[in-house]
Write a protein that binds this ligand. Sequence first.
Ligand SMILES: *[C@@H]1O[C@H](CO)[C@@H](O)[C@H](O)[C@H]1NC(C)=O
Length: 153
Amino acid sequence: MLKIVALALVSTVVVLGQTFPHTDHSEHHHGTSICAFIGNADCSIFAPHTVCGTDGKTYNSKCDFSKAHCISADLHVVHNGTCDPTIDKVPNVHGNELVHQFFCANLQHSKCGTDFEIVCGTDLVTYDNLCLFEKARCSNVKLNVYTYQACPT
Ligand SMILES: *[C@@H]1O[C@H](CO)[C@@H](O)[C@H](O)[C@H]1NC(C)=O
């Protein structure tokens, strides 16, 4: 019996270790859980808000822009409104920032699901998955990942 428990513990650690290497505390993980929501979003239900992307394309909404940013991480915002071909495509707002704004503005639509990917936040609260962590980060921009395991008690 003890052996089985020990084995289960070891394999859990291995699985978590592979999915969430401790050295990587970056946007990759944040982006992944947000992009899972955005990937499923029906952009036609969101308010129009045109933005010009650094790729020279005009996006009709923050939703459309966010979908594109989730596919191409180096896409950023030049300015609000339709792209003006006479204006240089200099990034003014980081793509991640608009994506996070969009996600947080639509929390009531975003369902976190029951994936179990434990995160300990720098608030020392244990979140069951990254999506729940992201929701908490919407009201606390200083919140970051402390470790990808349960917080010390
Ligand atoms: C675009 O408009 C929003 C308000 O709709 C504003 O909060 C934001 O700062 C504007 N962004 C730029 C790059 O002007």
